[in-house]
Every structure is written in structure tokens, then in C-alpha cells.
Design a protein around this ligand. Structure first.
Ligand code: DGJ
Length: 750
């Protein structure tokens, strides 16, 4: 039914205009005494310049990545290193754009393979460079003797300076080769002392920002789980440390200093290796995880890697994340470059869990509509024999006991209440207790004759199989054709085990790591084409599948199953280092919270969630009249400033990391006409007040009027003042106690 398209043939970059800010120059650099001539390729975008060239041995070598150079500056040609010692071949000490394993390479390779005759030596040399329009360039490399060709693709976004890089590996040999390692790209930084930032976590505890000085050796962040994973996210940022004093503390600055960052667009097993070589070079290699990898590439076939995006900011981690946010909005999301702000949703999961039925959902929908919710989403439990998580996954028919007349009466009611309707699905999974599994036990990932490990009583369907792919695409298409559904929450509640695929020859079985994800993307792309109005959320037991690959097909993500409003402050902060608040769904749920048993006010919970794309997940049947009034007022306030919150420039003014006692964020609209601030006092001690709030990103000469959403300022705070006043003088909040929150917006008057 679906044809496997070449989903990542070219980096997913949709540049709306060709701006003179961007140019691609191919300079033929003057010959040096060593080389007769050398080619240098340069890309400029926003505030950054990226350059690489061909050295005298024919290798493609990085030359520069950093702040933008002058338009007429020349970039010295590439020269390979000399042998430093007999233990370090020049091949290993010369940085390469895409190093293949061979010729004495000891650093991390981008590409490693085995030929049919046992040869494992691969040495890639430059063949030609082809500018593709004025925005991109393709560089062809070839092994020094064998018919292995690698096309490196580069394109740059003029507005953010973010580069998209990927590789296509082609086998023109007469026999198959086995690719054991294939990166999307390698990045090289100028020699300096650096701090690495990366995100780790676990179920219900995602998005922890880790920071450490880059030392000799390698730091590997990865997923071996067949999916992106909660445990690490495919994003990194590397900040240049202030000063060169080795004893100086390595603290990455939020708003100052140089930062290089990157994010991998892949939703399968991935790996990013940050290497500090023996010669103090810092390189980052990222792509398919080589662990258990083995892609048999037949004659005439090519393997497309994911895209590895990379960018540069000289405004610290804050500047780096603002560039990424803008880039994701403009180029990654399915509705780019102008995705709709997310509707305020109601989701039934925490209220009802699996106990959904028509009357219960209608009762919740009526209450949700009364507070201004835009979209009503029914979660797990509506299909098959699904009473709990032991049965039903895979049987995507409406449960006749719970919904005797199908979904239509509920959907009609939701529409009559002025909301649209969304539904939960988990297409890639099956419970052994299901009709689907009884009929097709061979459809799951497994090694025949070996146990099939269950998690949450479920197994993973092998999406690499065309029949499984067609089944999933087919039931989803039918569901969306037969019902007026505006939104799917696409869940994925376990990782892989026993990743066998015994229907194909043994030496092709490991292609599952690639084909599964390609088919997932193909199903999503096909669904969006057939049902263009349907929006999709990527959920994986919370934030287990958030990456720039899945975000090409989904409009929003569920960052965590942990909806505790205090925990969410630090998780949301971590999330925003890599991803825009536009996609960050945040529900207000019940208090005391089921996970931490923490009690918080509805106002605190609302303000915590209003920092992203707001949702309500509480059991509305237990709310008081006062709760409904509070939520209604705050949802209306949220609607009025939502665009600034989710599309503006985010400043993490006071960090919420490590359970911080106080925290604050500010978002400034792109035109600087509005700023929205959220402040949280989580535990004040010894009578200390909230720190002075000095805002950022405003126009210093413009006049801004203060409007409170919640809270109040000290006596004497002006109702209106210049951007300079709000940023330099700052304002004092009257905020103290435990789990107190305040919010206001500033609107430009003139
Ligand atoms: C995990 C999700 O993260 C939850 O929000 C909920 O949808 C459950 N799955 C349903 O099984």
C-alpha cells in the first residue's frame, strides 16, 4: 500500500526566500608552497560561517566553524597534518569532514564497512563539489580504489545559520558490502577548553541538563533502544569556557559566550560521540548507533543517513536555544513556517485511565468546554478488549460495551460543545492477549525459539515488515476516514528487546534498525497527506520519542508522564534547551499529585503549564466552582498571550534546575512588542524575597505597560516604563511562601 519513499534524500530544509545574507562561495585558494591548489568551500548564514576544503592528499577537511567572517576574508587552504609521532598517523591527526575507517584512523570514524572479500580498509577522497542552487552544496567522495561513493550534503538556513548535514553511501561494487557504522556528520570545533551540555533522564524524569568540562577521551550519549529514548536526547551544546586558565571554573554561561550545538533527526537507535583527541581537537560524530548495526548494502543500493543539524551562537546557551526554536518552527515542524499555536486540550487519561465510556467522556467534555478548552482528547481504553494494559493493543475497533453506537455520538457532542476531537492510539504495539497477536504471532520483533520479553504486557510489532506497515497504515486511514478526528495522540510505551526479523536472510536482518523507522516516517507522511487536517502528537510514555526526525511529522510532543507542576519547571527548562515551547504540551492535573504526593494550588499548576502549550488533565468531576472560575480566567489569559509564549524568544532568567527555590522565564515576541513572564517561589527561606527581576530582550527605547495575569509588584513599581527600566532597574515581585507563582505581561505602548 505504501511505497517506501526516499524520506531523507535531502535535508528537510524549506527556505522560503533566498536572502543575500546567505551566500555560498567556492573559492579557489592561492596555491601554497605545499599544495599546487586547494579548494575551499564556505557557507554563511545569520551570524555564522562554516568552511571546509580539500587537502593535498585529497581528503575533505574542516577549516572553520564559528562567528561570521567578513565577506572578503580568505580562508587558508586545507593542509593535512604531518606525522607527529610514529603512534599517530597523519590520517588520524588530520581532522576530516567524514572520516572513514582505514589507513590508520584511531579517532571516531564516520563510516566503517566490510567488503565481500574481507577488506575493511576504506579511504575516502574528494571527487567533486556541486552547489545545489544557492543554498546548498553536495560533495562527492570516493574510496581510493573501490567503488564506494559517499555524497555529503550541506545546506544552511540564512536566518539562523543552522546547517543541515547528511550523507548518502552508495555501493557501486559488484558485490554487497556490510556497513557497520554510518554517521550523518562529524563536526570539528576550534581548539579550546569547552563545557559540554546534554540532556538525560528516565521515565517520568526526563530533560535533566548535564554539564561537564570536556576532557581527554570520549563522552558517548546514545540510545540502543530502537527509539530515541527517555534516557538521553540526541542534542548537544558545547560552550567555550571563559579564559584559558585550566583552573578556571567551567561554567557555561546562559547568555554570554560562544556555543556550538547540534541535534540529530532520527527516532531510532542513535549515538553522538564527543571526542577530545590526544591533540586537543574536539569533534562530534553523530548518526545511526553502531551498536548491533549492520546494514547490508547491495550493489546499486545506497543508504541515506539521518540529518544532523548544527549551529553556532555567541549569546550563550540561551542564544543557541532561541536559534533552534526559531529554526524548528520555520523549517522542521509539519506546519512550518507558521504552525498554528496548539489548541488548549483536555485529556482524560489521569481522570479515568482505562475506564472510558460515552457518558463519562461526555460529562468531562461538558466541563472542559465550560472553561474554554479547544480540543477534547480521549486517551487509552476505547478499543478492543482494553480494560487495562493486559489486553487489546492491536485490535483497533471501537469497544462495543463502552461505545455501543461507535465514537460518533461522543464526537458529535464534543463538536456541539465547540471543541474538536482527538484520540489516543499506540499503533506499533500489540498485547499477546489480542486478536491481532493470535492471528499474527510472527509480526512482532523476536528471535524464533527465544523468549519474547514483554514490557507493560506488550510486544513491538516489526514495522520493517511491509505487511505490518500496511496493516498499521490501513487501520489508521480507516479510523480517520470513518470518524471526524482532528488529532491523534500517537503513543509508544516500550523499547525494543530481541530485535529479530527472521523473514529476511540472516545478513539483512539488522536492517531493521533503519527500515522500521523509515516505515514509521512513511506511515506518518502518508497519513498527513491523506488527512491533511489531522494533527499528531508524539508520545512515548512521556518524552521517549522527541527528536528532530519525528518532529518533521508531528505537531507536538508529550514531554513527560510526570505532570507534577514543580518537577515540570525543571523538566520544561531542560526541554527548552533543545526544543521550542510550541511543541511542549503541559497539562494541569490533580493535587496532591499522584507521583510526588505534593499539594499545590490550581493557580501554581496553571502557571507552570502555561509556560508551554497548555492542557488540562485533571478530573474535572472533582473541581469546585472556584476551580472552574480560576481555570476559565487563566485559560482566557493564556489564549491572549499564547503566541508570545510559544513563538517568542525565551529567556531563562532564573534557572529552575536542581529543584531551585525560585525560578523565572520570560518570552519576548519576535517584534519585541510583548513579553510574558512567569515566576515561581517554590520555597522561600529566612524571609528572603524574590530576586530582583531584570528582564531581557526588550527594546530599551520603547515604552511597555505592565499587566498582571496573577500576582502583584511592590508598591512604587510603575504601571508603564521603558524597556531600559524593565531590563536595568528591574522589578520586585511580592512573591513568598511555598509553591507560589506569579505572571504578567508587558505590552509596548509606543
Ligand atoms: C503513556 C502516556 O504517556 C500517557 O499520557 C497515557 O496516554 C498512557 N500511556 C496511556 O496508556
Amino acid at each position: 500500500m505504501l511505497r517506501y519513499g526516499d524520506m531523507t534524500k535531502s535535508p528537510k530544509m524549506r527556505f522560503s526566500s533566498i536572502l543575500c545574507a546567505w551566500c555560498l562561495l567556492i573559492l579557489l585558494a592561492a596555491a601554497s608552497s605545499i599544495a599546487q591548489s586547494a579548494q575551499v568551500f564556505r557557507l554563511d548564514g545569520n551570524n555564522s560561517t562554516y568552511a571546509f576544503g580539500v587537502n593535498e592528499r585529497g581528503e575533505l577537511q574542516p577549516l572553520y566553524w564559528g562567528g561570521r567572517l567578513g565577506p572578503h576574508d580568505s580562508i587558508p587552504a586545507a593542509h593535512s597534518s604531518r606525522e607527529m609521532a610514529s603512534f599517530d598517523s597523519p590520517y588520524t591527526t588530520t581532522p576530516q569532514e567524514y572520516a572513514s575507517w582505514g589507513a590508520g584512523l584511531f579517532t571516531e570514524p564516520a563510516l566503517k564497512l566490510t567488503f565481500a572479500d574481507g577488506n575493511r580498509d576504506l579511504v575516502l577522497h574528494f571527487v567533486r563539489a556541486t552547489p545545489n542552487g544557492s543554498q546548498a552544496i553536495e560533495v562527492l567522495l570516493k574510496d581510493i580504489s573501490r567503488e564506494i561513493y559517499v555524497t555529503l550534503r550541506y545546506s544552511i538556513d540564512p536566518d539562523s545559520g543552522i546547517l543541515a548535514r547528511s550523507a548518502s553511501i552508495e555501493n557501486r561494487e559488484k558485490q554487497s558490502v556490510l556497513i557497520e557504522q554510518a554517521a550523518a556528520a562529524q563536526w570539528t570545533l576550534p581548539p579550546a577548553r569547552y563545557t559540554l551540555s546534554y540532556l538525560t533522564g528516565r521515565w517520568a524524569g526526563e530533560w535533566t541538563l548535564n554539564q561537564e568540562q570536556i576532557q581527554g577521551g570520549a563522552r558517548v550519549i546514545e540510545s540502543r533502544r530502537g527509539t530515541t529514548g527517555h534516557q538521553a536526547n540526541p542534542w548537544f551544546a558545547i560552550s567555550r569556557d571563559a579564559g584559558q586558565n585550566p583552573a578556571a571554573p567551567a561554567i557555561a554561561d546562559e547568555e554570554h559566550g560562544e556555543v556550538w550545538f547540534g541535534a540529530l533527526a532520527w527516532s531510532g537507535s542513535w549515538r553522538i560521540t564527543v571526542e577530545h583527541t590526544q591533540l586537543d581537537a574536539v569533534r562530534v560524530t553523530g548518526g545511526f548507533n553502531p551498536f548491533d548495526f549492520g546494514y547490508k548494502l547491495k550493489p546499486g543500493e545506497h543508504l541515506e543517513t539521518p540529518v544532523f543539524y548544527g549551529g553556532y551562537s555567541d549569546h550563550g546557551l540561551g542564544g543557541a536555544s532561541r536559534l533552534l526554536h526559531r529554526f524548528e518552527i520555520a523549517h522542521i515542524l509539519p506546519q512550518a513556517p507558521d504552525p498554528k499555536p496548539r489548541p488548549v486540550i483536555y485529556n482524560s487519561w489521569e481522570a479515568t485511565e482505562f475506564k472510558v465510556d460515552e457518558a463519562g467522556q461526555v460529562a468531562l467534555a461538558e466541563k472542559a468546554a465550560s472553561i474554554g478548552v479547544d480540543r477534547f482528547v480521549m486517551d487509552d481504553g476505547w478499543f478492543g478488549q482494553r480494560q487495562n494494559d493486559h489486553a487489546g493493543l492491536g485490535d483497533w475497533y471501537v469497544n462495543p460495551d463502552k461505545f455501543p453506537h461507535g465514537l460518533k455520538p461522543l464526537i458529535d457532542k464534543v463538536h456541539a460543545l465547540g471543541m474538536d476531537f482527538g484520540l489516543w492510539v499506540e499503533p506499533e504495539m500489540v498485547n499477546p492477549d489480542s486478536d491481532l497477536y493470535r492471528k499474527h504471532p510472527d509480526w512482532v520483533l523476536n528471535f524464533p525459539g527465544r523468549p519474547r520479553s514483554e514490557s507493560r504486557n506488550q510486544l513491538v510489532l516489526n514495522l520493517a515488515r511491509p505487511d505490518v506497515r500496511d496493516y498499521i497504515a490501513g487501520f489508521l486511514d480507516k479510523l480517520l476516514t470513518e470518524n471526524d478526528i482532528a488529532f491523534l495522540k500517537w503513543d509508544y510505551n516500550r523499547n525494543w528487546s530481541e530485535p529479530g526479523w527472521d523473514q529476511v536472510p540472516v545478513d539483512e536482518q539488522k536492517r531493521v534498525y533503519v527500515e522500521f523507522i523509515r516505515n514509521l516516517y512513511a506511515i506518518l507522511a502518508d497519513l498527513r497527506k491523506r488527512h491533511p487536517k489531522v494533527e499528531i502528537e508524539s508520545c512515548s510514555g512521556g518524552g521517549g520519542r522527541v527528536d528532530l526526525g519525528i518532529l518533521g511529522y508531528t505537531d507536538e510532543v508529550w514531554p513527560s508522564d510526570n505532570t507534577d507542576p514543580f518537577d515540570r519547571l525543571s523538566m520544561q527548562e531542560g526541554f527548552t534547551y533543545a526544543y521550542t515551547p510550541q511543541i511542549m504540551m503541559a497539562w494541569v492535573t490533580d493535587s496532591p499529585h499522584w507521583y510526588n504526593h505534593r499539594s499545590t494550588s490550581l493557580t501554581y499548576r496553571m502557571l507552570s503549564s502555561m509556560q508551554g502549550s497548555l492542557g488540562i488533565g485533571a478530573n474535572l468531576n472533582h473541581w469546585t466552582a472556584e476551580d472552574f472560575a480560576t481555570a476559565k480566567r487563566l485559560i482566557a489569559a493564556y489564549h491572549s498571550v499564547q503566541r508570545t509564549i510559544v513563538r517568542g524568544d525565551l529567556y531563562r532568567i532564573i534557572t529552575s534546575r536542581d529543584g531551585s527555590q525560585m525560578s523565572a522565564t520570560e518570552t519576548v515576541s519576535n517584534d519585541k512588542n510583548q513579553a510574558v513572564v512567569f515566576a515561581f517561589a517554590n520555597a522561600t527561606t529566612e524571609g528572603r524575597g524574590f530576586p530582583l527581576l531584570q528582564l531581557q530582550g526588550l527594546n530599551p527605547d520603547a515604552e511597555y505597560k505592565l499587566t498582571w495575569i496573577e500576582g502583584k509588584s511592590w508598591p512604587g513599581t510603575p504601571e508603564s516604563a521603558s524597556g531600559a527600566w524593565w531590563m536595568r532597574h528591574g522589578l520586585q515581585l511580592d512573591l513568598r511562601g511555598d509553591f507560589q507563582a506569579a505572571s504578567f505581561h508587558l505590552d509596548r505602548q509606543r
